[in-house]
Design a protein around this ligand. Structure first.
Ligand SMILES: Cc1cc2nc3c(=O)[nH]c(=O)nc-3n(C[C@H](O)[C@H](O)[C@H](O)COP(=O)(O)O)c2cc1C
Ligand SMILES: Nc1ncnc2c1ncn2[C@@H]1O[C@H](COP(=O)(O)OP(=O)(O)O)[C@@H](O)[C@H]1O
Length: 306
C-alpha cells in the first residue's frame, strides 16, 4: 500500500476508491474495502482508500475529543493488511469541510485520478452532508466518475459500526467487540513506574501509559489479556481503575500482572490485547482480601488463556 499525503504529487494511475475515516478498520470496513478490490480487479484498475489523518469532527468542533478505536499509526497498520494499492491521506481542513459533495468529487478526480467511487451504503459526504446517493450519481456523470453503491454488511448479531464497538468497549464487552472488529481490541504504550505496591503483595504489575491520548480506554474492571513485549506473547490479568483498596492516589491506572513472568520491563513498549472481562474493580476491606481475589483472577485467566 502506497501512502500518499501530498495532494500535489506526481500523476497517478486511475483507481477505484472509497472514502472513510475507517476507525478501527472493523469487519464492516473490510467488507467495503473488499468490494473496492473486486471492482478494481474486474476493471483492471488500481484500488485506493481515501481517509483522513485527523477525525473530521475534530476539525469542525475543536473541543471534540474522539475516542478512537485505532490511533493514526494503528489504522495504517490495519489498512496495510487489506492489500489495497493506494491510501490517500487527505488533511481535513476547515476549507475542505465547506466543499460541496460535487466540489469534493471534482477534487478526487483532479488530484487523485479517481475513476470509480464505491460509496458505502449509508455514507454521506460534502458540506452538511446534505446530498444523497442520487446526487452523487448525477455529479459522477458530469465529472466522469463511475459511482457504485456498496452492499451493506449485515451480521446475524446486528449492525457493525465504529460507534457500536465504542459502546461495547465502554461497557467492558470486549469479547463482543472483538467479534465485530475481527481482532482483539488493543492498547499500545510504554511501561511506566507505578507505586511499587504490586511486588510487595506478590503481584507485580506493569503500568501502561497509552501512546495515543485519543484512544478509547475500555470500561474499568479486570480483564484476561494477552501481553506483547519485545515480540513475545504472554497471558496476563489486567486492572483498569483507581485501586480503591490500596488508597494510593485516585488517578486511573492500567496495570497488568503477567503470568509466569519475572523480568524487568520498565520503559519497554507493550501491547495489551483484551480477551475477556472478568469482574468489576472492588474496594476490599483488607489487602489480604484483595490478594485472595487476585489469586482467583489468576486461576480464571490461566483457564481462559493458557
Ligand atoms: C488483576 C488485577 C486485579 C485488581 N483488582 C483490584 C480490585 O478489585 N480492587 C483494588 O483496589 N485494586 C485492584 N487491583 C490493583 C492493585 O491494588 C494494584 O495492583 C496495586 O495497587 C499495585 O499497584 P502498583 O503496581 O502501582 O504498585 C488489581 C490489580 C490487578 C493486576
Ligand atoms: N509478572 C510480572 N508482571 C508484570 N510486571 C512484572 C512482572 N514481573 C516483574 N515485573 C516488573 O516489575 C514491575 C512492577 O513492579 P511493581 O512493584 O508492581 O511496581 P510498579 O508500581 O512500578 O508497577 C513491572 O513494571 C515490571 O518491570
Amino acid at each position: 500500500m502506497k501512502i500518499i499525503s501530498d495532494i500535489n504529487h506526481q500523476t497517478l494511475p486511475p483507481s477505484v476508491a472509497t472514502i472513510g475515516f475507517f476507525d478501527g478498520v472493523h469487519r464492516g470496513h473490510r467488507f467495503l474495502i473488499n468490494q473496492v478490490k473486486e471492482v478494481a480487479a474486474k476493471d483492471g484498475l488500481y484500488s485506493a482508500l481515501i481517509t483522513f489523518p485527523v477525525h473530521p469532527r475534530q476539525v469542525i468542533q475543536t473541543a471534540y475529543h474522539p475516542q478512537l478505536l485505532s490511533s493514526p499509526t494503528e489504522k495504517l497498520e490495519l489498512l496495510e493488511t487489506m492489500q489495497v494499492d493506494y491510501c490517500f491521506l487527505l488533511p481535513f481542513t476547515q476549507e475542505l469541510s465547506l466543499f460541496s459533495a460535487r466540489e469534493f468529487m471534482q477534487l478526487l478526480r483532479n488530484k487523485f485520478n479517481i475513476h470509480t467511487l464505491v460509496i458505502g451504503y449509508d455514507h454521506r459526504f460534502g458540506h452538511n452532508r446534505s446530498e444523497n446517493f442520487e446526487d452523487y450519481c448525477r455529479y459522477g456523470e458530469e465529472l466522469n466518475i463511475y459511482i457504485v453503491r456498496a452492499r451493506a454488511y449485515t451480521d446475524k448479531e446486528g449492525k457493525i459500526s465504529s460507534s457500536v464497538i465504542r459502546q461495547l468497549l465502554k461497557e467492558g464487552k470486549v469479547s463482543q467487540a472483538a467479534k465485530f472488529l475481527g481482532y482483539n481490541y488493543y492498547l499500545d504504550g510504554t511501561v511506566v513506574d507505578g507505586y511499587k505496591v504490586g511486588r510487595k503483595i506478590g503481584f507485580p504489575t506493569a503500568n501502561l501509559q497509552v501512546d495515543c491520548s485519543d484512544k478509547l480506554i475500555p470500561s474499568e474492571g479486570v480483564y484476561a489479556v494477552y501481553v506483547y513485549v519485545e515480540g513475545k506473547k504472554w497471558a496476563g490479568m489486567l486492572n483498569i481503575g483507581h485501586r480503591p483498596t490500596i488508597n494510593n492516589g485516585n488517578n486511573l491506572s492500567i496495570e497488568v500482572n503477567i503470568l509466569n513472568f519475572s523480568e524487568n520491563i520498565y520503559h519497554k513498549e507493550m501491547r495489551i490485547e483484551f480477551v475477556k472481562y472478568l469482574r468489576p474493580e472492588e474496594k476490599y476491606d483488607t489487602i489480604d482480601a484483595l490478594i485472595a481475589q487476585m489469586h482467583k483472577d489468576r486461576e480464571k485467566t490461566a483457564k481462559i488463556l493458557l
